[in-house]
Design a protein around this ligand. Sequence first.
Ligand code: NAD
Ligand code: DAU
Length: 351
Amino acid sequence: MKNRKILVTGGAGFIGSHVIRRLVNRYSDYHIYNLDALTYAGNPENLIDVENSLNYSFVKGDITDENLINDLFSNYRFDSVIHLAAESHVDRSIKDPLAFVKTNIIGTINLLNAFKNLWNGDFEDKLFYHISTDEVYGTLGDEGLFTEETSYDPNSPYSASKASSDHFVRAYGETYELPYVISNCSNNYGPNQFPEKLIPLFINNIIAMKPLPVYGDGNYTRDWLYVIDHATAIDDIFHKSNLHETYNIGGFNEIKNIDLVKQLCDIMDKKLNRQIGTSQQLITFVKDRPGHDYRYAIDASKIKEDLGWKPSVTFSEGLNKTVDWYLDNKKWLDNVTSGSYRSYYKEHYKL
Ligand code: NAD
Ligand code: DAU
């Protein structure tokens, strides 16, 4: 379909900015509206290269503001929504669950209501695409993979809020025939990720020769996906999925935190011309995250078989590209680690 009016929420954040860049550059006949509250995680610098594109508009606003959302839908008449805006950091959700309830649950319901009321049952060529996480499935033991049929079993306030929002999206599909798709993705990494998450935090600390706080024994496992491959998957699902489908997205790439951290340390030592082993000395085992999920691993065979999607880079290629980006964009890193981030870091890590 040509001339779509797509509302992307959370487009100034990490994944959202890569999604926006891809859509703006690839689909000149679409208009992409980016609605973002610019919380600590939203950064207009992430989109500097597309901000003047004719098919792109930025709106600063909060998805918890019901009146604003209703006004935007009636003024712009979005035919599609790609909903990424969220509070996204597990550690922050442990400190302040209500912020996650407000944005991730209430904010999602505001968008669903506005979309439902605008189109009032006439949903032809309309789509509400909800971006979710593999964390809704809870934790795995040493064996097995999350499939689209795995039962929801969230363990953190963050994952409980995302699970709830997924349920609401499905419920609106059943109750009001709202046309939706949902995808549940594993851990992303890459350029523009806020340095509270493992990889960018540790890159930042290695540059500054600060301790690398590994939670517990470091034997927790995640399945890592390069963010640009997630953006490609979102594009594919948006354009090719049947309605009311769920897709799991993953990197086919499980690694224990401690092994990842050691790999990162060695890459950084090489790039910073430090003696190999220097950064590994910064590894510091700290108190574990409460309710820490032991292992996530995605069975991404459905998206591979149905839509022909697969990751384009290996973990080693992606990690090298990521480190290069952070080293080349030191100013970006300095800008986001100034201000209130410093007090969060001090309070959380006490390091
Ligand atoms: P992020 O924290 O980097 O960005 C979130 C964005 O949402 C920011 O730009 C922020 O300003 C905006 N936002 C937050 N609250 C808002 C509100 N009330 N109104 C409007 N905008 C608001 O997050 P991310 O890592 O890019 O994640 C994006 C989405 O993808 C989230 O829904 C997350 O649950 C999901 N996800 C993330 C990962 C991952 O590894 N990062 C993996 C799977 C799924
Ligand atoms: O799986 C998808 C999820 O991945 C997304 O839904 C979340 O938005 C995203 O934040 C991410 O959640 P995680 O909790 O897995 O990511 P994080 O980078 O916070 O942590 C990755 C692993 O590293 C996890 O096992 C905790 C550990 N860790 C993290 C930090 C920040 C540490 O050992 N030390 C740290 O300082």
